[in-house]
Design a protein around this ligand. Structure first.
Ligand code: G6P
Length: 494
């Protein structure tokens, strides 16, 4: 009998837009979660029947969700993933996704609060929390429905991220002993907050989130430091019994309400053959040609991110300004390509941050531009082929997040690099655990240190840059998505 795998995540592998002629056009969803899961599932879909449950995010998605053929986004062929979109009431979705998940939980795990002013947990937040509960319940109901609908046998459920922290508990309660043979894993693609910071959350909310996740059999993180912080919270906030493991994938076990949950580290790297093949496509090659002509032989410092507060784009630009101010030898010799694609623009903090990026970029350009040198190109646009092209040409890749669960750009850049690139990497990215030896590690808050790392990276001898870049690419290749997913599935069976 084929195994069954159910995936649940807020953002799904496909999103739909409605064309002028009324037809729905599907395109791949963005972000590291989607990239890793899609590629990982491709490796198991041949032996397993996979259903992916996600929320309808756009108007096109909502239409697709109501017409099952379009929303399923599959041809029913073996090896294909069936997608089921949930048409959650817009107000519930807005409160759960924008207010609780992205304005509170994301900010908590990435340490983003301006604490004299935020967060403020009043009556409005209690309504948001009710909506988060309802939204999680919709996912749990859909998973229970899928589990009941298929043939009997072992079902493995993979719940993704902070949007769905309550789902493991709600799913267990829903099935209440009658769920057949069900293994549940929860994976966080984000960091996990230190216990003292996590305590900013209202007590019952902090406890409910941990209690929700701990109903899973297996809980995963990209890096050991996040798994350890989670274990700390289980102890400090819930009073759960925690046993810690030594080195290796296992981080520990938590006993809570009579159930034991394994906590482990599963770093996510890159599907190198697929990425390199994509980079050979005509659209990417056309951008490589255009960027190379525009660079005119100058060195390129490249960054690629969502317009995301935690990505620390403004301090990155400040560091570039400091480099140009303190190291005039680079004037006319370097161009910084800062490509960001729009994200979470429903939130005022994100709109303000995007404005701040534009402002500092304009200041840099005005201060340093000469008739034959434009020091900086900042573009806020979703252009995947151009991002791949920029990675191929980068001499220096800047990845300086305040905190990041893993960070795929830090890994994709060296994999795509044609001449080898020097990686400047925040010590606060999960990827620092695997890539740290071959990157130039920085404190993301230290603009001067980042500027100095830019100088070092630009001045790095060619042979050293190539050697480091090859080592970074080899590390990225050692953690392919198929392994990331396969290890989690194996843990559920172990
Ligand atoms: C991070 C999160 C994902 C999320 C992605 C994009 O990678 O871990 O869950 O999908 O950011 O964010 P968005 O809010 O656009 O889905």
């Amino acid at each position: 009998m084929r195994q069954r795998v159910l995936v649940a995540s807020n953002r799904g592998p496909v999103s739909f837009s409605l064309g002028a002629d009324g037809t729905l056009a599907g395109r791949r969803g963005g972000g590291g979660l989607i990239a890793g899961m899609t590629s990982g599932l491709a490796a198991v879909a041949a032996q397993a029947e996979v259903t992916w449950i996600c929320a309808a995010l756009s108007d096109g998605d909502r239409i697709a969700a109501r017409s099952p053929r379009a929303a399923s986004a599959d041809g029913g062929d073996p090896g294909e993933v069936r997608v089921r979109m949930l048409d959650i009431p817009p107000e519930t979705f807005d409160r759960a996704y924008n207010q609780v998940a992205n304005s509170i939980l994301w900010f908590t795990h990435h340490l983003l609060f301006d604490t004299p002013n935020q967060p403020r947990f009043g009556r409005e937040f209690r309504l948001d929390w009710e909506a988060y509960l309802a939204y999680n319940q919709e996912f749990a109901d859909a998973l229970a429905h899928e589990a009941a609908a298929g043939p009997p046998g072992r079902i493995r459920v993979l719940v993704q991220d902070y949007h769905l922290s309550l789902v493991p508990r709600l799913l267990r309660e829903k099935l209440d002993g009658g769920g057949g043979d069900l293994g549940i894993a929860h994976f966080s693609h984000t960091p996990w907050a230190p216990a003292d910071y996590y305590r900013l959350l209202p007590r019952q909310v902090g406890q409910a989130l941990l209690d929700g996740i701990l109903a899973a059999d297996h809980v995963g993180f990209h890096a050991r430091c996040w798994a350890d912080a989670f274990l700390d919270c289980c102890e400090a906030i819930l009073g759960a019994q925690v046993s810690r493991a030594g080195n290796g994938d296992a981080a520990g076990r938590v006993s809570h309400r009579g159930h034991v949950t394994g906590v482990a580290v599963h770093p996510l790297g890159v599907d190198v053959p697929a990425l390199r093949a994509r980079a050979q496509a005509d659209d990417v090659r056309a951008h490589v040609g255009a960027l190379r002509r525009a660079a005119g032989g100058k060195k390129l410092i490249v960054r690629i991110d969502r317009t995301e507060l935690s990505k620390n784009i403004v301090r990155g630009l400040a560091a570039y300004r400091e480099l140009l101010a303190t190291r005039p030898q680079w004037h006319g010799q370097v161009v910084h390509l800062a490509f960001a694609y729009p994200s979470r623009s429903a939130l005022p903090q994100y709109r303000a941050y995007t404005d701040q990026m534009a402002l500092i970029a304009q200041q840099i350009t005005e201060e340093f531009r000469t008739p034959d040198w434009n020091p900086l190109v900042l573009e806020v646009k979703d252009d995947y082929p151009r991002s791949l092209a920029a990675c191929a040409l980068a001499d220096v890749l800047l990845v300086n997040p305040i905190r990041d669960g893993m960070n795929l750009v830090a890994q994709e850049g060296p994999v795509l690099s044609e001449r080898g690139c020097a990686l400047i990497l925040s010590r606060e990215a999960g990827a620092a655990a695997t890539l740290g030896d071959d990157a130039l590690l920085i404190n993301p808050y230290d603009v001067s240190e980042t500027a100095e790392a830019m100088h070092q990276a630009l001045a790095m001898p060619d042979a050293e840059r190539r050697r480091r870049s090859a080592a970074l690419a080899a590390t990225a290749a050692a953690w392919p998505p198929a392994r990331w997913l396969g290890d989690q599935l194996a843990s559920l069976d172990g």
